[in-house]
Design a protein around this ligand. Structure first.
Ligand SMILES: *Cc1c(COP(=O)(O)O)cnc(C)c1O
Length: 371
């Protein structure tokens, strides 16, 4: 029986090979006699799983040695509080700058305001097509504790194709990025980043694991109110084992990292292969939308997301019939976010090009029948 294609925005599809391997190892991991869920997080077996996952992620994303990788809990929204609790005290002003480009960055700014001054440095305009505010127009503070942006807005489908170079803007504060919905879909320019965080459930593994990749010098600045389990210094010192980490989610993420490392495309391997595939997948879908008079996407091509493609039908009453026929064709979870309506296809790493081809076929057939 063919599996349907799952376009969920998150928790999202995982590579079939990862699920199959996890199923095969469920009852007895590598002859240990127990499942990964039943192991001590401090035992040799789990430590080897965790260390391998960290090594593979470091290699995949070319994370420099000056950065620490932390496996945390609490999700992306947890980091909206945990980041300011750890970083906002760095500068005497207790001020951070925020670039607002959609729902997720707005949530980050509002939450940070509970711990310090959360200053809005730039805000996306209501124009169509949607464009990101140019970094040269950002109103940054003289010396903020950090500058925050969401590098891929999952709901609006807006992605930074390049991260800003804050130093070129005269700002030496660290850049913090919420990359929850496109981590491991493309390289990260670490020269420009101080901290990157991501919930795992979009592109990496199951919900429950949150990745934090943070430059060494940003550890050790937590506010006194910061819970010890959320103090980056404690997690870094104890290899993410300050308390029990989300062990099974780390294991699945580790299998996903190994899957990513194995991928090949046009002579490329690993992350480069995945990025090339993601570019091809997104192009296929945006080209279909742009060539059609029935479908519409409102984001300027300069900042369209490769991962999350929101689109609308010219006649909104056709949205439900479109979804019903899509489900029959084995194309799941294409409903748009409730805040914006319409449709949304999430094309995370685990979505094969065949899934996008099937979606485009469905879109053509639907248009032919409803033009
Ligand atoms: C999904 C998402 C979040 C929320 O993550 P939780 O794990 O639900 O807290 C935050 N930021 C972005 C960009 C997201 O896509």
């Amino acid at each position: 029986m063919a599996r349907p294609f799952n376009f969920s925005a998150g928790p999202a599809a995982l590579p079939l090979e990862v699920l199959e391997q996890a199923a095969a190892e469920m009852l007895d991991w590598h002859g240990s006699g127990v499942s990964v869920m039943e192991m001590s997080h401090r035992g040799r077996d789990f430590l080897s799983i965790c260390e391998q996952a960290e090594r593979d992620l470091r290699e995949l994303l070319a994370v420099p040695p000056s950065f620490r990788i932390l496996f945390m809990q609490g999700g992306g929204l947890g980091q909206n509080a945990i980041v300011p609790m750890n970083l906002i005290g760095r500068a005497a002003s207790h001020t951070a700058d925020f670039v607002l480009t959609g729902s997720w960055s707005i949530k980050s700014q509002v939450e940070a305001g509970r711990y310090g001054q959360a200053h809005i440095a730039a805000k996306i305009k209501g124009e169509r097509p949607v464009r990101l505010p140019s970094p040269s127009s950002w109103q940054l503070n003289a010396s903020p504790s950090y500058v925050h942006l969401c590098s891929n807005e999952t709901i609006a489908g807006i992605e930074f194709q390049d991260l800003p170079d804050l130093r070129a803007l005269g700002c030496d504060a660290p850049l913090v990025i919420d990359c929850s919905s496109h981590i491991a879909s493309r390289p990260i320019a670490w020269r420009r980043v101080g901290l990157a965080y991501a919930g795992a459930q979009k592109n990496i593994g199951p919900a429950g694991l949150t990745l934090v990749i943070v430059r060494d010098d940003l550890l050790g600045h937590a506010l006194p109110i910061c819970p010890s389990v959320f103090d980056y210094r404690n997690l870094a010192d104890q290899g993410s084992m300050f308390n029990t980490p989300p062990t099974y989610a780390i294991y699945i993420a580790g299998l996903t990292f190994q899957w990513l490392k194995r991928q090949t495309e046009d002579g490329l391997t690993g992350l480069a292969a995945i990025e090339a595939r993601n570019i091809a997948k997104a192009k296929l879908l945006y080209d279909c939308i742009d060539a059609s008079s029935l479908y519409r996407n409102d984001v300027d091509p300069s900042c369209r997301s490769r991962m999350n493609v929101p689109f609308f039908l010219a006649d909104e009453s056709l949205t439900e019939p479109f979804l019903a026929l899509a489900r029959e064709a084995g194309l799941l979870q294409l409903k748009g976010h409730k805040a914006v309506g319409g449709l949304r296809a999430s094309l995370y790493n685990a979505m094969p090009i065949e899934g996008v081809q099937a979606l485009v076929r469905h879109m053509h057939a639907f248009e032919a029948n409803h033009a």
